[in-house]
Design a protein around this ligand. Structure first.
Ligand code: EPZ
Length: 465
């Protein structure tokens, strides 16, 4: 059975070492400006769902610009447990799903990685049966999957949920999903992606109304179409999919990560630095750039895939409402809150997508911020400075917010909970170090784990079930 997807040598430190010690600690000596150019990696939320999408293909898929993330490693373990063959060389991932040896996804892996639940659509479409553990909730909310389940049922699947497992099957066992007209109560990214993938191999036409419009949904649709799927309307609220009998091999490049790019823009803004970033897709970052410009930060599009951010003289308080795309992205809410702690005036941040995504406020207050949370709204009173302290990241984007605040805080900030950060950011600390940040990933003395890279980059290895 498959082992771990490990990385070949890259120009950056071996990513594996930064994924190994998930109990390490980041130490930041704040107050230093940044300078230079940062390379933006492939989008996490494209990579994970496109990896699930390889299950639809009975040939070879080559995926380029795959980021080095713990979640990518986990998704690779799920796919290899299902019988797929995976091989990674640098940022290129080759996947062969000719053989899916089981319809049962491993419980301990799926419950660690919500995105792996999205694979239920492709498995059901390929095998006519799927057993997928429920992903369960996480720090930011209950994360239900009712829209995924209802959509599959409308396409003819029978679904029972027993002992935390979602059992889906097609009547008669070897039938096919049927095209259907589906309305999503909320424009769920995952439900849109699960159902769009399932529909590519269904009989007839499927229409998804009130679909999510995120760039990663469009990226998935483009990936599926590169394998011969017939998807139209991705990026709008109405997506139409005409089922085909099978999908062929492809060679596909993932879009840049808009949330990583936004995070570096905020790191530059809070340290009053000038940076360039590429590759980026500016139209994917429109709401983030608009709000940064409202604060008083100047951002220049130097080329179609390159941005330059200039040091702001003052940071003006603003209000933010998170919304489904093209609204302000919920994944940028926590990092933005870190910046607004030092803005002049009072900001109001309303988190309307997830029910529990303001927990970073209390950790930011430990750094000297002045934030009051009432329900899903945070009231941020700008302060003249932050001061370093030990803090703990409670989820992926909350950890990024603490890094951003630590870069500006006077003195030393230590951040625990790096396993969250390593799930979704490709060597964030290393890239910040390259820009001049005084940031170090410390040995974890308690577990006596050495996380420094001694240059013993791991050999490439194929995972053979
Ligand atoms: C995706 O999660 C992203 N993850 C999240 O990124 C992102 O925050 C989120 O979309 C919103 O943009 C991946 O793509 C792997 P949703 P997803 O379904 O699909 C409710 C990050 O930090 N809902 O769009 O799980 C749900 O409770 C992560 O990179 C239902 O009620 O998000 C939430 O309130 C975090 N029933 C809202 O919809 C369902 O069946 C939006 O969730 C599904 C969702």
């Amino acid at each position: 059975m498959g082992g771990r997807l490990i990385n070949s040598s890259t120009s950056l430190p071996d990513a594996k070492s930064s994924l190994v010690a998930d109990s390490s600690v980041l130490q930041i000596c704040g107050g230093h400006s940044l300078a230079g150019h940062v390379h933006i990696s492939g989008a996490k939320n494209s990579a994970l769902v496109i990896m699930a999408g390889t299950l639809l293909c009975s040939g070879d898929c080559r995926i380029r610009n795959v980021p080095f993330l713990a979640d990518v490693e986990r998704m690779a373990e799920v796919l290899s447990a299902l019988g797929l063959r995976l091989h990674r060389e640098g940022d290129i991932l080759d996947v062969n799903a000719r053989e899916i040896t089981t319809s049962k996804a491993p419980y301990e892996l799926v419950t660690q990685l919500r995105a792996s639940f999205f694979a239920i659509g492709p498995i059901l479409a390929r095998l006519g049966v799927a057993q997928m553990p429920l992903p369960g909730g996480c720090a930011i909310g209950a994360r239900p999957v009712d829209l995924h389940v209802r959509g599959l049922q409308s396409m003819g699947a029978e679904v029972q949920i027993e002992h935390g497992i979602c059992h889906a099957s097609l009547p008669g066992g070897n039938g096919k999903l049927k095209g259907a007209k589906i309305y999503l109560d909320t424009p769920s990214v995952g439900a849109t992606e699960t159902l769009m993938m399932a529909a590519t191999l269904a009989e007839g036409e499927t229409i998804i109304e009130n679909a999510a419009k995120e760039p990663e949904v469009v990226d998935l649709a483009n990936f599926c179409n590169s394998m011969g799927a017939k998807i139209q309307g991705a990026g709008t609220s109405k997506i139409t999919i005409v089922g085909v009998s099978q999908l062929h091999s492809t060679d596909y490049t993932i879009i840049p990560d808009r949330i990583e790019a936004g995070t570096f823009l905020l790191a530059a803004a809070i340290t009053r630095s000038e940076l360039t970033l590429s590759p980026v897709a500016p139209d994917h970052l429109f709401p983030v750039i608009a709000k940064l410009q409202e604060i008083g930060v100047e951002i220049i599009e130097e080329a179609p895939d390159r941005l330059r951010i200039l040091p702001a003289k003052t940071l003006k308080a603003i209000n933010i409402d998170t919304l489904p795309h093209p609204g302000f992205p919920t994944d940028m809410q926590a990092p933005f809150m870190a910046l607004l702690t030092l803005a002049e005036g009072d900001s109001i941040i309303n988190e309307s997508v997830f029910e529990n995504r303001l927990r970073h406020a209390s950790e930011l207050n430990r750094l000297g911020a002045d934030i009051r949370v009432k329900g899903n709204t945070a009231f941020v009173k700008g302060v003249p400075m932050l001061s370093g302290a030990p803090v703990i990241g409670t989820d992926l984007r909350a950890s990024a917010a603490l890094v951003i605040a630590g870069l500006a805080a006077q003195g030393t900030t230590t951040i625990q909970g790096l396993h969250h950060l390593d799930r979704g950011y490709d060597r964030l600390d290393y890239k910040l170090q390259e820009l001049g940040a005084k940031i170090t990933r410390l040995k974890d003395t308690s577990a006596n784990v050495d996380v420094t890279d001694h240059g013993n980059s791991t050999p490439i290895s194929a995972i053979v079930p």
